[in-house]
Design a protein around this ligand. Structure first.
Ligand SMILES: Cc1ncc(COP(=O)(O)O)c(C=O)c1O
Length: 407
């Protein structure tokens, strides 16, 4: 039996995995072109070119670029008509912005547990969370793996509620052959550094609904209305606009996205296949209706009962020592300190005790099962992927056969 690097053996991998974000000459050239020849902000060709290209790529009629995914969420919620004290249904297993944007819109995040096998919001649990105050259901396509949009849309339709997709991690993902983001009223994307398309920071809202997008325009642009005067502010909005340099980088990355997606598809499939041979490590599932996953994070489940109850954190330590950085990811959102709110500041939250909430699937995923691998690992060669597989196999074999080493 090979000696684990954790216990002084040779690591499987000493080389770094592919770097992200990726520099290209095209990025540099287009950025310099924008700097030299275009406006740097409002009115630039680079911004309108990006918005047009991103809407088209995502099978949507309209796109408004924003300064971040978080600001896109706030803008979209406001534009969907969310008002103080309204409720927005969100999963508790996601990045904090999904819920904090709801708080920032003076609304109430209502958590609905996720499914164990997809880590996505459980559509079967949504209806019982709907009240007369529910304005929006906000599914998150977690790790770029689409949520169950048919069931969510049907429920939203039945109750007259809007669906805003948090597609921050889902560039290029598809539900029944259509790209995500504008499947409901609208959706948002993030272009923060880790994302599969990035300008360092940035975001976008897409939709087919002109009225909604007109409202988004106002909220992201200091409350100005389309066609209005520069100093005329009809809503309480902010400056949440993207700059032209970022837009030029994003348009350039749209050219390489498909190629990178194909590589992530291939490499994820290789990892999925390898994990079928390792009892106790299971890739998350996708729905049959999902025609493309964006693979923003490679997600699997760790079943400690298959490894003599060795806790997941010890598995992570052993994997990290082998040169493959796997980690736990999100805690349950409702445990975050920010949910201990001041009743004077947020009177509509005063009867809600988030710290006492308990969503069993979220707890199990966050505390025991989730295994994360960042998307840059999926941009490697077959040999890179083989190193990841070898590390999984080596570590799990030792855990299974020499559990006493982990005591
Ligand atoms: C699911 C989700 N929603 C929202 C956001 C917020 O995006 P940003 O970091 O661009 O504000 C992110 C990313 O960070 C995210 O992963």
């Amino acid at each position: 039996m090979e000696k684990l690097a954790l216990f002084g053996g040779a690591p499987v991998r000493t080389k770094p995995f592919p770097k992200w974000p990726r520099f290209t000459e095209a990025l540099k050239n287009n950025l310099i072109y924008t700097l030299e020849h275009d406006l740097w902000g409002v009115g630039s060709d680079a911004i309108s070119r990006f918005e047009k290209a991103f809407a088209e790529y995502h099978d949507a009629k309209y796109c408004i670029s924003t300064s971040s995914g978080t600001t896109a969420l706030w803008v979209a919620l406001k534009a969907a008509g969310v008002k103080a004290g309204d409720e927005v249904i969100v999963p508790p297993y996601t990045f904090i912005a999904t819920a904090s944007a709801v708080l920032m819109a003076n609304a109430i995040p209502v958590f609905v547990d996720v499914e164990l096998d997809t880590f996505n919001i459980d559509p079967e649990r949504i209806e019982s969370a709907i009240t007369e105050k529910t304005k929006v259901i906000m599914p998150v396509h977690i790790a770029g793996n689409p949520a169950q949009m048919d069931k969510i849309s049907a429920l939203a339709g039945k109750h007259g509620i809007a669906v805003i997709e948090d597609a921050a991690q889902a560039h290029g993902a598809e539900w029944k052959g259509r790209k995500v983001g504008a499947l409901g009223l609208g959706g948002i994307f993030s272009f923060q550094t880790s994302k599969n398309m990035t300008a360092g920071e940035g975001g976008a809202i897409i939709s087919d609904d002109q009225e909604f997008m007109d409202a988004c325009f106002a909220y992201h642009n200091c409350g100005r209305v389309r066609g209005g005067k520069w100093y005329e502010h009809q809503h309480l909005g902010g400056n949440f606009r993207l700059n032209a340099m970022a837009a030029s980088m994003l348009t350039t990355q749209l050219q390489t996205l498909e190629q990178e997606m194909q590589l992530r598809d291939r490499n994820s499939a290789r990892l999925d296949e390898a994990l079928t041979e390792i009892p106790g490590l299971t890739p998350v599932k996708t729905y049959p209706e999902t025609t493309r996953v964006a693979h923003h994070i490679y997600l699997a489940r760790y079943d400690r009962s298959q490894f003599h109850n060795i806790p997941r954190e010890k598995f992570f330590k052993a994997m990290q020592a082998e040169g493959v950085f796997t980690y736990a990811g999100y805690p349950p959102l409702y445990r975050e300190k920010l949910f201990v709110t001041d009743a004077e500041e947020y009177p509509w939250l005063q009867n809600i005790n988030y710290r006492e909430m308990y969503f069993p699937n979220t707890e199990r995923i966050a505390n025991e099962e989730a295994v994360w691998l960042k998307q840059n690992h999926l941009l490697g060669t077959e040999e890179d992927i083989q190193d990841i597989v070898d590390a999984f196999v080596k570590v799990t074999n030792v855990m299974r056969q020499q559990p006493e080493l982990f005591e």
